[in-house]
Design a protein around this ligand. Structure first.
Ligand SMILES: [Fe+2]
Length: 325
């Protein structure tokens, strides 16, 4: 009970005891807060609205913020009914008008204690539900990660070039993306897309992937289909990751519109795919292949610059060159 008048506190205490409740009194808001801090077993505050110093409304706000499990019942003079209704909106469980009768105390205080118990239970149910949802989300993310890792391993098991290639393209693409201002989830999507960009080659005949000579029309179609196949393989895992799917589908588009599979041009090619196209080409040029020797870094940069406007996006090549300096 928080009331600056001793008499009120005494009479309230007697009535609360009469209905089987133990009570303690505080003469001010500050005293009440100190008591709540000391006595964690307290479950309900009966708070006078008009007190010198910290008023009842202010105390209600403190209690709600610092001790959300403690219920508050306001104690008002007849003239304070408007304030009391305001307090209900601010989280008070009920209010009593002075002088309160025993019956009123029994009704309102026991009612408030029941409501507080219900509120606590509802809060616990909510907390359990939230925890369960978090757990489900975590498991789903784990399942997606497991699936993606499995695919990445399957891809890397294909040959040692592919293995190193995916990881190098991932690092290079990340470097360009950072230079272009990508952060957080968008950066992670570019990295994952780069790592998996060639996952569709799982479905392409091995000899075509390393064939040095020109490909016939059927073979070319096979090789090019790795973009669409990759997207199809990943789509069930990555419905919430459109950027990753864009990279896998569109990393062979050319800015002049002559790439595959969609013949997209310029800015209609998603930026993450334009980034991976540059990283992919650079890595292919600078690493050892079965059928040709690698270019130097400067040679590769020169070829990328030369391809700006035809194969590559100028901004992306610029960011790459800058990030390599
Ligand atoms: Fe590819």
């Amino acid at each position: 009970m928080v009331d600056d008048e001793e008499q009120v506190r005494q009479s309230l205490a007697r009535m609360l005891e009469a209905i089987g409740l133990a009570a303690m009194g505080s003469a001010s808001g500050a005293e009440a807060l100190a008591a709540l801090e000391r006595h964690r077993e307290l479950i309900l505050c009966i708070v006078d609205i008009n007190m010198p110093g910290m008023g009842g409304v202010e105390l209600l706000e403190h209690v709600r913020a610092q001790y959300p499990d403690v219920g508050v019942v306001m104690l008002t003079g007849v003239a304070d009914v408007d304030v009391a209704t305001h307090c209900l909106r601010c989280g008070a469980l009920d209010y009593l008008t002075k002088p309160a009768t025993l019956d009123e105390i029994r009704l309102r205080v026991t009612g408030a204690i029941e409501r507080r118990a219900q509120e606590l239970e509802a809060r616990q149910v909510h907390a359990r539900l939230r925890e369960r949802l978090r757990e489900l989300g975590r498991r789903q993310r784990e399942a997606v990660n497991d699936g993606v890792t499995m695919l990445a391993h399957a891809l890397e098991a294909r040959d040692s070039y592919t293995s190193g290639h995916s990881r190098r393209v991932e690092r290079l693409a990340a470097r360009i993306a950072v230079q272009l201002g990508f952060t957080g989830d968008a950066l992670a999507a570019v990295e994952l897309g780069a790592r998996l960009h060639d996952v569709g080659t799982i479905g392409v005949r091995d000899e075509l992937m390393v064939k040095p000579g020109p490909l016939d029309a059927e073979e070319l179609e096979q090789v090019q289909s790795h973009t669409l196949l990759g997207e199809r393989i990943l789509r069930p895992f990555l419905t919430g990751e459109p950027m990753v799917l864009q990279v896998v589908r569109s990393h062979h588009e050319r800015v002049d519109g002559t790439g595959f599979p969609d013949g997209l041009a310029g800015p209609s090619i998603p930026l993450p795919a334009r980034i991976v196209a540059v990283a992919d080409a650079y890595d292919a040029m600078t690493t050892n292949h079965a059928y040709r020797s690698p270019c130097s870094r400067d040679e590769a940069f020169a070829i990328l610059r030369d391809g700006v406007g035809r194969q590559f996006d100028g901004e992306v090549v610029g960011a790459f060159v800058k990030s390599g300096k």
